[in-house]
Design a protein around this ligand. Structure first.
Ligand code: HEC
Length: 253
Protein backbone atom coordinates (compact mmCIF):
# COMPACT_ATOMS: atom_id res chain seq x y z
CA UNK A 1 0.00 0.00 0.00
CA UNK A 2 2.71 2.42 1.12
CA UNK A 3 4.85 1.34 -1.80
CA UNK A 4 2.00 2.03 -4.18
CA UNK A 5 1.42 5.47 -2.66
CA UNK A 6 5.10 6.34 -2.93
CA UNK A 7 5.17 5.18 -6.52
CA UNK A 8 2.23 7.35 -7.45
CA UNK A 9 3.80 10.34 -5.69
CA UNK A 10 7.08 9.91 -7.57
CA UNK A 11 5.28 9.40 -10.88
CA UNK A 12 3.31 12.55 -10.13
CA UNK A 13 6.56 14.41 -9.51
CA UNK A 14 7.91 13.27 -12.87
CA UNK A 15 4.73 14.46 -14.55
CA UNK A 16 4.95 17.84 -12.82
CA UNK A 17 8.62 18.27 -13.67
CA UNK A 18 7.71 17.94 -17.36
CA UNK A 19 5.08 20.64 -17.09
CA UNK A 20 7.07 23.26 -15.23
CA UNK A 21 8.68 25.81 -17.54
CA UNK A 22 12.11 25.16 -16.08
CA UNK A 23 14.72 25.33 -18.78
CA UNK A 24 17.85 25.07 -16.69
CA UNK A 25 18.37 21.49 -17.86
CA UNK A 26 17.34 19.25 -20.72
CA UNK A 27 13.75 17.98 -20.49
CA UNK A 28 15.05 14.41 -20.16
CA UNK A 29 18.11 12.56 -18.87
CA UNK A 30 20.60 12.72 -21.73
CA UNK A 31 21.92 9.20 -21.12
CA UNK A 32 18.38 7.87 -21.61
CA UNK A 33 18.04 9.83 -24.87
CA UNK A 34 21.31 9.15 -26.69
CA UNK A 35 24.68 7.49 -25.95
CA UNK A 36 27.39 10.09 -25.35
CA UNK A 37 29.73 8.34 -27.81
CA UNK A 38 27.25 9.09 -30.64
CA UNK A 39 26.88 12.72 -29.60
CA UNK A 40 30.65 13.26 -29.36
CA UNK A 41 31.28 11.60 -32.74
CA UNK A 42 28.67 13.80 -34.43
CA UNK A 43 29.97 16.92 -32.66
CA UNK A 44 33.45 16.08 -33.96
CA UNK A 45 32.02 15.79 -37.48
CA UNK A 46 30.46 19.25 -37.12
CA UNK A 47 33.80 20.71 -35.96
CA UNK A 48 35.45 19.24 -39.05
CA UNK A 49 32.72 20.70 -41.30
CA UNK A 50 33.20 24.14 -39.70
CA UNK A 51 36.95 23.85 -40.08
CA UNK A 52 36.48 23.26 -43.81
CA UNK A 53 33.91 26.04 -44.19
CA UNK A 54 36.26 28.48 -42.46
CA UNK A 55 39.42 27.35 -44.25
CA UNK A 56 39.58 30.29 -46.65
CA UNK A 57 37.96 33.64 -47.16
CA UNK A 58 36.26 32.16 -50.25
CA UNK A 59 34.80 29.15 -48.45
CA UNK A 60 33.63 31.47 -45.66
CA UNK A 61 31.81 33.74 -48.08
CA UNK A 62 30.14 30.75 -49.74
CA UNK A 63 28.75 29.32 -46.52
CA UNK A 64 28.42 32.24 -44.10
CA UNK A 65 24.66 32.69 -44.34
CA UNK A 66 23.82 29.01 -44.71
CA UNK A 67 25.91 26.07 -43.55
CA UNK A 68 28.06 27.91 -40.98
CA UNK A 69 25.19 29.09 -38.73
CA UNK A 70 23.46 25.72 -39.19
CA UNK A 71 26.47 23.51 -38.39
CA UNK A 72 27.51 25.75 -35.49
CA UNK A 73 23.98 25.91 -34.07
CA UNK A 74 23.62 22.13 -34.11
CA UNK A 75 27.10 21.82 -32.60
CA UNK A 76 26.00 24.06 -29.72
CA UNK A 77 23.11 21.66 -29.02
CA UNK A 78 25.34 18.58 -29.16
CA UNK A 79 27.88 20.26 -26.85
CA UNK A 80 25.13 21.05 -24.33
CA UNK A 81 24.02 17.41 -24.45
CA UNK A 82 27.61 16.32 -23.75
CA UNK A 83 27.83 18.83 -20.87
CA UNK A 84 24.68 17.44 -19.24
CA UNK A 85 25.13 13.74 -20.00
CA UNK A 86 25.32 11.34 -17.07
CA UNK A 87 27.96 9.45 -19.10
CA UNK A 88 31.57 10.56 -19.41
CA UNK A 89 33.53 11.80 -22.44
CA UNK A 90 36.99 13.28 -23.01
CA UNK A 91 35.99 16.93 -23.51
CA UNK A 92 32.99 16.87 -21.23
CA UNK A 93 34.56 19.25 -18.63
CA UNK A 94 34.97 21.88 -21.39
CA UNK A 95 31.70 21.10 -23.24
CA UNK A 96 30.01 24.28 -22.00
CA UNK A 97 32.92 26.35 -23.38
CA UNK A 98 32.56 24.50 -26.67
CA UNK A 99 28.83 25.32 -26.66
CA UNK A 100 29.47 29.05 -26.16
CA UNK A 101 32.15 29.13 -28.86
CA UNK A 102 29.76 27.35 -31.25
CA UNK A 103 27.04 29.92 -30.53
CA UNK A 104 29.62 32.66 -31.22
CA UNK A 105 30.42 31.10 -34.61
CA UNK A 106 26.72 30.75 -35.38
CA UNK A 107 26.20 34.48 -34.70
CA UNK A 108 29.51 35.72 -36.15
CA UNK A 109 29.25 38.78 -38.38
CA UNK A 110 32.70 38.54 -39.96
CA UNK A 111 35.31 35.98 -41.03
CA UNK A 112 37.60 37.07 -38.19
CA UNK A 113 34.85 36.67 -35.60
CA UNK A 114 33.98 33.22 -36.96
CA UNK A 115 37.64 32.14 -36.94
CA UNK A 116 38.03 33.34 -33.37
CA UNK A 117 34.99 31.26 -32.40
CA UNK A 118 36.38 28.22 -34.21
CA UNK A 119 39.66 28.56 -32.29
CA UNK A 120 37.58 28.52 -29.09
CA UNK A 121 35.75 25.40 -30.28
CA UNK A 122 39.04 23.64 -30.98
CA UNK A 123 40.54 24.66 -27.62
CA UNK A 124 37.47 23.31 -25.82
CA UNK A 125 37.48 20.09 -27.88
CA UNK A 126 41.12 19.74 -26.84
CA UNK A 127 40.00 19.86 -23.21
CA UNK A 128 40.76 23.48 -22.33
CA UNK A 129 38.01 24.56 -19.91
CA UNK A 130 37.16 28.22 -19.41
CA UNK A 131 34.51 29.98 -17.36
CA UNK A 132 31.36 28.84 -19.19
CA UNK A 133 28.43 27.74 -17.03
CA UNK A 134 27.13 24.21 -17.55
CA UNK A 135 23.51 25.35 -17.43
CA UNK A 136 21.85 26.65 -20.56
CA UNK A 137 18.33 27.15 -21.80
CA UNK A 138 17.65 24.48 -24.41
CA UNK A 139 15.26 26.69 -26.35
CA UNK A 140 17.98 29.32 -26.84
CA UNK A 141 20.75 27.14 -28.25
CA UNK A 142 19.70 27.19 -31.91
CA UNK A 143 16.63 28.42 -33.77
CA UNK A 144 13.84 25.94 -34.55
CA UNK A 145 14.09 26.54 -38.31
CA UNK A 146 17.72 25.37 -38.26
CA UNK A 147 16.87 22.42 -36.03
CA UNK A 148 14.18 21.38 -38.55
CA UNK A 149 16.63 21.69 -41.48
CA UNK A 150 19.02 19.30 -39.72
CA UNK A 151 16.17 16.98 -38.73
CA UNK A 152 15.02 16.90 -42.33
CA UNK A 153 18.51 16.14 -43.68
CA UNK A 154 18.95 13.24 -41.32
CA UNK A 155 15.38 12.05 -41.88
CA UNK A 156 16.19 11.47 -45.56
CA UNK A 157 19.29 9.48 -44.61
CA UNK A 158 17.41 7.44 -42.02
CA UNK A 159 14.58 6.61 -44.41
CA UNK A 160 17.13 5.20 -46.85
CA UNK A 161 18.92 3.34 -44.06
CA UNK A 162 15.74 1.53 -42.99
CA UNK A 163 15.35 0.25 -46.57
CA UNK A 164 18.87 -1.20 -46.94
CA UNK A 165 18.68 -4.94 -47.55
CA UNK A 166 22.09 -5.89 -46.23
CA UNK A 167 23.52 -2.98 -44.24
CA UNK A 168 27.21 -3.07 -43.31
CA UNK A 169 28.37 -2.49 -39.74
CA UNK A 170 29.39 1.03 -40.80
CA UNK A 171 25.89 1.70 -42.26
CA UNK A 172 24.26 0.58 -39.02
CA UNK A 173 26.60 2.65 -36.85
CA UNK A 174 25.98 5.74 -39.00
CA UNK A 175 22.21 5.30 -38.91
CA UNK A 176 22.42 4.79 -35.15
CA UNK A 177 24.29 8.08 -34.78
CA UNK A 178 21.82 9.92 -37.04
CA UNK A 179 18.90 8.69 -34.94
CA UNK A 180 20.72 9.67 -31.74
CA UNK A 181 21.25 13.23 -33.03
CA UNK A 182 17.55 13.42 -33.97
CA UNK A 183 16.62 12.36 -30.42
CA UNK A 184 18.80 15.15 -28.98
CA UNK A 185 17.34 17.72 -31.41
CA UNK A 186 13.86 16.68 -30.26
CA UNK A 187 14.79 18.01 -26.80
CA UNK A 188 15.25 21.49 -28.28
CA UNK A 189 11.93 21.22 -30.11
CA UNK A 190 10.32 20.16 -26.83
CA UNK A 191 11.46 23.31 -25.04
CA UNK A 192 11.14 25.77 -27.94
CA UNK A 193 7.39 26.27 -27.93
CA UNK A 194 7.33 29.74 -29.53
CA UNK A 195 5.34 28.43 -32.52
CA UNK A 196 2.48 27.45 -30.20
CA UNK A 197 0.07 30.34 -30.11
CA UNK A 198 -2.43 28.93 -27.57
CA UNK A 199 -0.93 28.12 -24.16
CA UNK A 200 -3.34 25.20 -23.70
CA UNK A 201 -1.78 23.53 -26.76
CA UNK A 202 1.78 23.48 -25.40
CA UNK A 203 1.14 20.02 -24.00
CA UNK A 204 0.26 18.73 -27.49
CA UNK A 205 3.42 20.23 -28.94
CA UNK A 206 5.53 18.66 -26.22
CA UNK A 207 3.77 15.32 -26.63
CA UNK A 208 4.77 15.24 -30.33
CA UNK A 209 8.33 16.25 -29.51
CA UNK A 210 8.56 13.64 -26.75
CA UNK A 211 7.16 10.92 -29.01
CA UNK A 212 9.60 11.90 -31.75
CA UNK A 213 12.49 11.70 -29.27
CA UNK A 214 11.41 8.33 -27.87
CA UNK A 215 11.11 6.79 -31.35
CA UNK A 216 14.48 8.13 -32.46
CA UNK A 217 16.11 6.78 -29.28
CA UNK A 218 14.49 3.41 -30.03
CA UNK A 219 15.54 3.53 -33.70
CA UNK A 220 19.15 4.20 -32.71
CA UNK A 221 19.23 1.17 -30.40
CA UNK A 222 17.55 -1.02 -33.04
CA UNK A 223 20.07 -0.08 -35.76
CA UNK A 224 22.90 -0.91 -33.40
CA UNK A 225 21.33 -4.30 -32.66
CA UNK A 226 20.90 -4.88 -36.44
CA UNK A 227 17.17 -5.12 -35.75
CA UNK A 228 15.96 -3.70 -39.06
CA UNK A 229 12.31 -4.45 -38.34
CA UNK A 230 12.50 -2.55 -35.05
CA UNK A 231 14.38 0.33 -36.68
CA UNK A 232 11.81 0.52 -39.49
CA UNK A 233 8.90 0.55 -37.06
CA UNK A 234 10.45 3.21 -34.83
CA UNK A 235 11.26 5.30 -37.90
CA UNK A 236 7.65 5.07 -39.09
CA UNK A 237 6.23 6.08 -35.71
CA UNK A 238 8.75 8.92 -35.40
CA UNK A 239 7.78 10.14 -38.84
CA UNK A 240 4.13 10.14 -37.79
CA UNK A 241 5.09 12.51 -34.97
CA UNK A 242 6.67 14.86 -37.57
CA UNK A 243 3.49 14.88 -39.64
CA UNK A 244 1.16 15.22 -36.65
CA UNK A 245 3.14 18.16 -35.30
CA UNK A 246 3.29 19.86 -38.70
CA UNK A 247 -0.43 19.32 -39.28
CA UNK A 248 -1.30 21.00 -36.02
CA UNK A 249 1.36 23.69 -35.67
CA UNK A 250 3.23 24.48 -38.85
CA UNK A 251 1.96 27.58 -40.57
CA UNK A 252 1.11 27.27 -44.27
CA UNK A 253 4.11 28.35 -46.32
C1 HEC B 1 7.17 19.27 -32.18
C2 HEC B 1 6.74 19.66 -33.50
C3 HEC B 1 7.51 19.21 -34.70
C4 HEC B 1 8.07 17.98 -34.95
C5 HEC B 1 8.08 16.73 -34.08
C6 HEC B 1 8.71 18.08 -36.26
N1 HEC B 1 8.53 19.34 -36.77
FE1 HEC B 1 9.30 20.05 -38.55
N2 HEC B 1 8.57 21.90 -38.14
C7 HEC B 1 7.78 22.23 -37.05
C8 HEC B 1 7.44 23.65 -37.14
C9 HEC B 1 6.59 24.42 -36.16
C10 HEC B 1 8.05 24.16 -38.31
C11 HEC B 1 8.08 25.61 -38.81
C12 HEC B 1 9.31 26.23 -38.15
C13 HEC B 1 9.86 27.48 -38.75
O1 HEC B 1 9.49 27.84 -39.86
O2 HEC B 1 10.73 28.10 -38.07
C14 HEC B 1 8.75 23.03 -38.91
C15 HEC B 1 9.50 23.13 -40.08
C16 HEC B 1 10.04 22.06 -40.75
C17 HEC B 1 10.74 22.16 -42.02
C18 HEC B 1 11.03 23.45 -42.80
C19 HEC B 1 12.35 23.99 -42.25
C20 HEC B 1 12.89 25.20 -42.95
O3 HEC B 1 12.76 26.30 -42.41
O4 HEC B 1 13.47 25.04 -44.03
C21 HEC B 1 11.11 20.90 -42.36
C22 HEC B 1 11.85 20.48 -43.63
C23 HEC B 1 10.67 20.00 -41.30
N3 HEC B 1 10.04 20.75 -40.34
C24 HEC B 1 10.86 18.63 -41.27
C25 HEC B 1 10.56 17.80 -40.19
C26 HEC B 1 10.78 16.38 -40.15
C27 HEC B 1 11.34 15.57 -41.33
C28 HEC B 1 10.42 15.94 -38.92
C29 HEC B 1 10.50 14.55 -38.33
C30 HEC B 1 11.60 13.69 -38.76
C31 HEC B 1 9.90 17.10 -38.18
N4 HEC B 1 10.00 18.19 -38.99
C32 HEC B 1 9.40 17.04 -36.89
C33 HEC B 1 7.40 21.39 -36.03
C34 HEC B 1 7.79 20.06 -35.87
Amino acid sequence: MLKKALLSISLGAIGVSFLLPCYAAAPAKIAAVAPIADIVAEADAKIKALDEALATDKSYLESKGTTIPLEAGILAILAQAVAESEEKAAWQPSAADLRDAAIAVSNAKSYDEAKKGLAGIKDAAGGKAGAAKKEAEWNKLCGLGKVMKEVNKRAGKLRRATKKKDPTAADLAEAGRDASVMAVLALVAHDDTHEVKKPEEIKDWQKFAKEFQAQMTAASAAFKAKDMTGAGEAWKKGNTACSDCHAKFRKEE
